[in-house]
Design a protein around this ligand. Structure first.
Ligand SMILES: [Zn+2]
Length: 326
C-alpha cells in the first residue's frame, strides 16, 4: 500500500507595500485510508513559534510510514508578518489576529489573514488544534478547557482533557478567536499553550507532538490509548500578573518554576531600574496555594508585559484521565 500524500498549497492573501507577497503556506497530508480531518494551526501570534515546530514534527512523523487514517490540514505560520517581526500582533495594522475571526476580505490586513485561514479550514476539517505558547522571554504549559456549552464544546473539552497537559484552565470562549469562531460553527477546537523556543524547546515540541497524537487517537485517526499524565488539574481561578512598570525583570521564581506550587505571598520576582538599580515593584503569589502557569525569565520588560500567570491550586479540581497511561 502506498504511503500518505503530502501536498503543499500557497494561499495568496495580497501584496505587501514594498512588493513582497502576503501569503500562507498550507500543508495537506492525506492517508490512503479515509477518516477524520484534523486542522493544525500555529503562530497566529507571531512570537509564539513553538507551534510551528510541533507541526513540523507531527507531519514528518505521520509521513514516516506508520498507519493512521484521515487527513491533516496544517498552517504552521498563520501570521507571517508577525512571525517575521517576532511580535504578538500583526505589525501592518497592530491588530491581534486571534481576535478578528472570522475576518473579512475587505478589512484590515489581520482581518484578511483571518478570512483566508477560516475560509480554508471551514468545511475542510472537522477538528482544530490551535497551538499557542509563550515568547522567548516567558514560558507556559497549560491548555484551555472549553466550558460545556454546546455539543462542539463538549467534544472540544474531551480533546483538551486528553491532549495531556497537567494544568487545564477552564474558561469561556475568547471572542474573535479562531477557536470561538470554530466552536460557534460546530467545529471542536482547542488551544494548548506550550513552552518557549529559548529553553527546553525540544521537550515542549515533544509535549505538543504527543498532544496532537493523543487528539488523533481520540478521533480514531490512530490506534492506541492516549498517553496522559497520571495527575491533571482543572483550574478555574487564575490571574495574570503584569508588570506595572518597565525595567529589568529579576525573577526569584523564573522559568524553572513553571508548573510548581508556591505559598501565597511568596516573592516571585521584581522589576528593577536598570540605571539606578532601585526596585520598582515586586510580584507576589496571589493565592494561598499558587501554581505558576506562565513564568518570565530575566529580561527587559515594558509596563503591562506578562510577569506570571498564576492559578489557584487550592480550588483546582483533580482530574483522573479515562483510559490513559502515565
Ligand atoms: Zn497566543
Amino acid at each position: 500500500m502506498s504511503g500518505p500524500r503530502w501536498m503543499r498549497e500557497r494561499i495568496e492573501v495580497g501584496a505587501l507595500a514594498a512588493g513582497g507577497a502576503l501569503f500562507l503556506t498550507v500543508h495537506v497530508l492525506e492517508s490512503p485510508e479515509p477518516g477524520p480531518r484534523l486542522g493544525l494551526v500555529a503562530t497566529l501570534h507571531g512570537n509564539e513559534t513553538i507551534g510551528a515546530q510541533v507541526i513540523a514534527e507531527v507531519l514528518r512523523d505521520l509521513a514516516g510510514g506508520e498507519r493512521w487514517r484521515g487527513a491533516v490540514v496544517a498552517i504552521p505560520v498563520a501570521n507571517p508578518p508577525a512571525f517575521e517581526a517576532l511580535t504578538r500582533h500583526t505589525p501592518l495594522d497592530m491588530l491581534n489576529l486571534n481576535r478578528v475571526f472570522p475576518g473579512t476580505m475587505d478589512g484590515w490586513a489581520s482581518e484578511q489573514l483571518a478570512h483566508a485561514i477560516w475560509t480554508r479550514l471551514h468545511g475542510a476539517v472537522d477538528t482544530i488544534v490551535d497551538l499557542h505558547g509563550a515568547d522567548g522571554f516567558t514560558v507556559n504549559d497549560y491548555i484551555f478547557l472549553p466550558q460545556p456549552r454546546s455539543p462542539a464544546h463538549l467534544r472540544a473539552r474531551a480533546l483538551a482533557l486528553v491532549f495531556g497537559q497537567v494544568w487545564m484552565y477552564e474558561a469561556p470562549d475568547t471572542p474573535g478567536s479562531l477557536t470561538a469562531c470554530a466552536l460557534a460553527a460546530g467545529i471542536p477546537a482547542i488551544v494548548p499553550e506550550i513552552g518557549t523556543d529559548m529553553w527546553r524547546a525540544s521537550e515542549f515540541v515533544a509535549l505538543g507532538a504527543r498532544g496532537v497524537r493523543n487528539v488523533m487517537r481520540l478521533l480514531g485517526m490512530m490506534e492506541g490509548a492516549p498517553e496522559v499524565p497520571l495527575r491533571q488539574y482543572i483550574v478555574r481561578d487564575r490571574v495574570t500578573l503584569r508588570t506595572r512598570h518597565g525595567g529589568l525583570f529579576l525573577p526569584v521564581h523564573g522559568m524553572e518554576s513553571l508548573g510548581t506550587e508556591v505559598e501565597g505571598g511568596t516573592r516571585l520576582g521584581a522589576v528593577g531600574d536598570p540605571q539606578t538599580f532601585e526596585e520598582r515593584e515586586v510580584l507576589e503569589a496571589p493565592y494561598g496555594r499558587t501554581v505558576i502557569m506562565l513564568a518570565r525569565g530575566r529580561s527587559r520588560v515594558h509596563p503591562g508585559d506578562y510577569g506570571y500567570i498564576c492559578g489557584n491550586a487550592g480550588t483546582a479540581q483533580p482530574y483522573v484521565g479515562e483510559g490513559g497511561t502515565a
